[in-house]
Design a protein around this ligand. Structure first.
Ligand code: SF4
Length: 241
C-alpha cells in the first residue's frame, strides 16, 4: 500500500519537476560533497555555493585549505553565515583525515561497500548519516537516500512514513523506494518541500499531491489566504559542485 502510494508520488513529482540531470557526468569528489554539505548548514544553497566557490578560488587544493589559517578560511566563507564554526569544523575535519590517512585523496573509499563507508565517516565530528548518504549519492552515484528536514516533513505529511526524526525516516524508507529512483525522489522532494509543502504556510490550495496527503491541517491551509507562492527555489548546491 505504502509502496503503491510512493510510486504514485514519485511519478507526480517527476511530472511536475522533471527528471534530474544525467548523473553519469560531472561527478564531484568526496571532499567536495563533505565540505559543500558543511557549508550548506543553516543557510540557503545559493549562499553556501558562493562560499564554496570563494574557497575553491582562493585555495587550489584541499591540502591548501588544510594548511591555511582558520581565519583565512573564515574570510572566504563568511557569505554563508556561521563562518567561525564552519571554518573551524572544516579545518578540524581535514586535519584529522590527513593525520588518519596520510592524504586527503579519499578515493579509496570508493572500494568500500555502503556500510563500511558509513562506519568510516561516522568517526568524524559533524558527519552524520545524512551527510554520508549525500557522499554516496552525489560523489559515488550510488542508490542512497539522504533524508533532510524537507524530505522528512513531506514524507510524514503524505503518510508514507510516520516518524518523529529524520534518522527514523531514513530507516523507514530504506526498503520501500524502488531501485534506481532514490536520487530523483530525493531532489524532487527537496524542491517540493521548499516551494509547495513548506514548513510554514504549505501551499495546499495548489498542491498536486492534495489527494494523497494525510496532513491533518491540509483543509485549513487549502482555504488559508496566507499561503502565497514564492520564487523558484530549486537550486541544490550538491548538484552544482
Ligand atoms: S496538501 Fe499541503 S501538506 Fe499535503 S503535501 Fe500538499 S502542500 Fe503538503
Amino acid at each position: 500500500m505504502k509502496k503503491a502510494k510512493l510510486n504514485s508520488v514519485i511519478r507526480k513529482l517527476s511530472a511536475y519537476f522533471g527528471k534530474p540531470f544525467d548523473r553519469k557526468t560531472n561527478s564531484p569528489g568526496i571532499l567536495e560533497i563533505l565540505i559543500g554539505t558543511k557549508l550548506s548548514q543553516n543557510t540557503t544553497d545559493r549562499s553556501s555555493f558562493r562560499a564554496y566557490t570563494n574557497l575553491r578560488e582562493k585555495f587550489p587544493s584541499w591540502e591548501d585549505v588544510c594548511e591555511a589559517d582558520t581565519e583565512e578560511i573564515r574570510e572566504c566563507i563568511k557569505v554563508c553565515g556561521l563562518a567561525k564554526t564552519k571554518s573551524e569544523n572544516i579545518k578540524k575535519m581535514l586535519s584529522e583525515m590527513k593525520s588518519n590517512y596520510g592524504t586527503l585523496d579519499l578515493s579509496f573509499l570508493k572500494e568500500y561497500d555502503d556500510d563500511k563507508i558509513y562506519d568510516e565517516l561516522l568517526r568524524y565530528d559533524g558527519i552524520g548519516v545524512k551527510t554520508i548518504s549525500c557522499v554516496l549519492m552525489f560523489a559515488m552515484r550510488r542508490d542512497a537516500f539522504p533524508v533532510d528536514t524537507h524530505v522528512h516533513r513531506v514524507l510524514n505529511r503524505l503518510g508514507i512514513v510516520s516518524t518523529n526524526s529524520a534518522e527514523k525516516t531514513f530507516e523507514a524508507t530504506k526498503d520501500i523506494i524502488p531501485k534506481g529512483r532514490k536520487y530523483e525522489l530525493h531532489t524532487n522532494l527537496i524542491k517540493f518541500g521548499r516551494n509547495i509543502c513548506r514548513s510554514k504556510n504549505p501551499l495546499c490550495s495548489i498542491c498536486f499531491l492534495f489527494r494523497e496527503c494525510e496532513f491533518s491541517e491540509k483543509e485549513i491551509y487549502r482555504k488559508s489566504p496566507g499561503g502565497r507562492k514564492t520564487g523558484n527555489n530549486n537550486f541544490i548546491i550538491l548538484e552544482n559542485i
